[in-house]
Design a protein. Sequence first.
Length: 103
Amino acid sequence: MTKIIKCAYCNGIGKDPFELHSSISNCHACNGTGQIEVDEPIHKCIYCNGSGINPIGAKISCMVCNGKGFNHYISDIVCDKCKGTGKWTDGWPCSHCNGIGFL
Ligand SMILES: [Zn+2]
Ligand SMILES: [Zn+2]
Ligand SMILES: [Zn+2]
């Protein structure tokens, strides 16, 4: 099942949220459509807390969900390396679960 969701990174606007001054800059997470197709089941991206924005602080989209704010996974096994947070202690995505928090 494919579901259409609002792009988290640009909040459905279709423009890059960090380049609002130049209105030609389309959101790369959704290619400027403001919407994203995801396969179900979807879960809020634990790494960026659903914001679609890289929590490390750089003005880029989340490395884990690519700005969608959601991830597609079926597992309910919590990653034992990051304890389901998706992050290492330095803030980078957990390489064991790829930042998803589940295996
Ligand atoms: Zn977008
Ligand atoms: Zn994310
Ligand atoms: Zn992990």
